[in-house]
Design a protein around this ligand. Structure first.
Ligand SMILES: O=P(O)(O)OC[C@H]1O[C@](O)(CO)[C@@H](O)[C@@H]1O
Length: 379
C-alpha cells in the first residue's frame, strides 16, 4: 500500500516551514558557502605542510556515515591514476598493517564518534602521520593536540550529513598536498558557484514545475528508489543519495555502480517491486485498502567520465526498465572538473531527499530511530 501524498504541499511556504522546524532546507542551500569556508579553514590549518613530507605508502580515511563518504570522494576525484591507495575504514581503530609509513585521516563532524577517536588513537600508537578533521573543542581536537597532529576544524552543524562539504574539502586538500589528486583552487571556486546556482534553482519559492529538487522528490514518492551511477564518481553521488534518502526521507534505496547492477541487481526490475507490481495492482483492485503497490523507480546518475560500455549499459538498462513500466529519472553530471561534476550530481538529490521528507510531513532533521538507538547502545 502506498501513502497518500499531496504534491501541492511543496509549493506552500507555510507548509514547508512548518514541516522543517530546524531549517534543513536552509542548511542544504548553504553548500556553496560551506565549501568556500572549508577551503579557507583547511588552508589556515596548514595542510600544505604534508606536501613537504615523503609520500605515504597508503592513506586511511577513518570515520562513519557522512565522514566515511569523504574517502569515497577522494578516491573518485583522484581517479585510477592515484599513486597511493586510499583505504576507507569504518570501524574502530585502523587496519593491522598501518604503520609509520602511512597517513591516517580521522574524520568526525562531531569530533566524538568512537570509530574516528579509536582510529586517531591507534594511528598515534603506530607512529602513523595523523590528520584529524572535526568539531572544534572536541575530543578529536584534544587527541590531535596530544599527538601534535594537524587538525582542521569543522564548524558545528547538525546533523552531520549537512556538513558534507566541510568534511570532504579538507580530505581532498590533504590528498592534494600528498600528491594524490589534482584539484585546483579554481575547481573549488567553480564547484562552490555551481552549488550556489543549484541551491537557487531548488529554493523553496521555486515551484515544482521549475524546481528539479521538488520534481525529483515527487517522482520518487511512494517508490523504492534504485540509484545507479555510471562512473566511479557518479557512484559516490549515488551512495550519497541513498544515505540522504534514508536519513532525511526515511526511504529505503538501493545504490551502486551500473557494472554491478548489470551483474545481478538489474533482475530487480522483473520482481515483485518491478514488473510484477502491476499484477499485484490487479489482484488488489477490489480491495478497499489498496492504494496502489510500491514500485521501483530507477534513478540513473550519468557522467561524461563514463566509458562507452557503461554508456551503452545505461541506455539499455533505462530501456529495459521503461519497457516494464518502471519510471526512470536521469541526472547528467555537469561541469569541467571531477569535483564540480560530483557536486552537480549531489546538489539536486540532496534537495530532493529533503523535499521528499516534507512531502510526507516528516521533519528531515530529527531522526528518532537514530537517537533511540544511540541511547540504547550508549554510542
Ligand atoms: O561525523 P560524526 O559526528 O562522527 O558522525 C558520524 C555519523 O553518525 C551519525 O550522527 C548517526 O549516528 C551520522 O549522521 C553521521 O554521519
Amino acid at each position: 500500500m502506498t501513502a497518500q501524498i499531496d504534491e501541492t504541499r511543496l509549493d506552500d511556504a507555510d507548509v514547508l516551514s512548518g514541516a522543517d522546524p530546524a531549517e534543513m532546507l536552509r542548511a542544504t542551500a548553504g553548500a556553496g558557502p560551506q565549501l568556500r569556508e572549508a577551503v579557507s579553514l583547511a588552508a589556515e590549518a596548514g595542510l600544505h605542510v604534508l606536501s613537504e613530507e615523503i609520500r605515504p605508502r597508503a592513506l586511511v580515511v577513518a570515520g562513519v556515515g557522512t565522514a566515511a563518504r569523504t574517502g569515497d570522494v577522494l578516491n573518485a576525484v583522484a581517479g585510477p591514476r592515484c599513486p597511493v591507495p586510499v583505504i576507507l575504514h569504518r570501524s574502530r581503530g585502523v587496519p593491522g598493517w598501518v604503520g609509520a609509513a602511512d597517513v591516517v585521516i580521522a574524520v568526525s563532524a562531531s569530533g566524538r564518534s568512537p570509530e574516528a577517536l579509536a582510529a586517531a588513537e591507534a594511528a598515534m600508537h603506530r607512529g602513523a602521520r595523523l590528520v584529524a578533521i572535526g568539531a572544534p573543542d572536541s575530543e578529536l581536537q584534544s587527541m590531535a593536540e596530544r599527538a601534535r597532529a594537524l587538525f582542521v576544524p569543522v564548524p558545528r552543524r547538525r546533523p552531520a550529513r549537512v556538513a558534507f562539504w566541510s568534511l570532504a574539502a579538507p580530505v581532498l586538500l590533504a590528498g592534494r598536498a600528498l600528491g594524490m589528486c589534482q584539484v585546483a583552487e579554481a575547481d573549488f571556486a567553480e564547484t562552490a558557484t555551481r552549488l550556489d546556482n543549484d541551491a537557487d534553482r531548488c529554493r523553496p519559492t521555486a515551484e515544482s514545475f521549475v524546481n528539479e529538487g521538488k520534481s525529483l522528490a515527487i517522482e520518487l514518492a511512494n517508490t523504492i528508489p534504485v540509484v545507479w551511477g555510471t562512473s566511479a564518481l557518479a557512484t559516490v553521488a549515488a551512495n550519497r543519495f541513498a544515505d540522504q534518502l534514508a536519513a532525511n526521507a526515511r526511504y529505503p534505496a538501493i545504490a551502486g555502480n551500473l557494472v554491478e547492477a548489470g551483474r545481478g541487481r538489474v533482475g530487480l526490475i522483473d520482481g515483485v517491486f518491478g514488473s510484477l507490481a502491476d499484477d499485484a495492482d490487479d489482484f488488489f483492485a477490489d480491495r478497499v485498502d489498496s492504494a496502489g503497490t510500491t514500485k521501483l523507480r530507477l534513478v540513473l546518475l550519468r557522467d561524461d567520465g563514463e566509458s562507452e560500455v557503461d554508456a551503452a549499459r545505461a541506455t539499455a538498462i533505462e530501456n529495459l526498465a521503461r519497457e516494464r513500466g518502471i519510471g526512470v529519472s536521469v541526472l547528467n553530471a555537469e561541469g569541467g572538473s571531477e569535483l564540480e561534476r560530483l557536486a552537480s550530481l549531489i546538489a539536486v538529490p540532496d534537495f530532493a531527499s529533503v523535499y521528499l521528507a516534507l512531502l510526507h510531513g516528516l521533519d528531515p532533521i530529527a531522526v528518532r530511530a537514530v537517537s533511540e538507538l544511540k541511547e540504547r547502545t550508549n554510542a
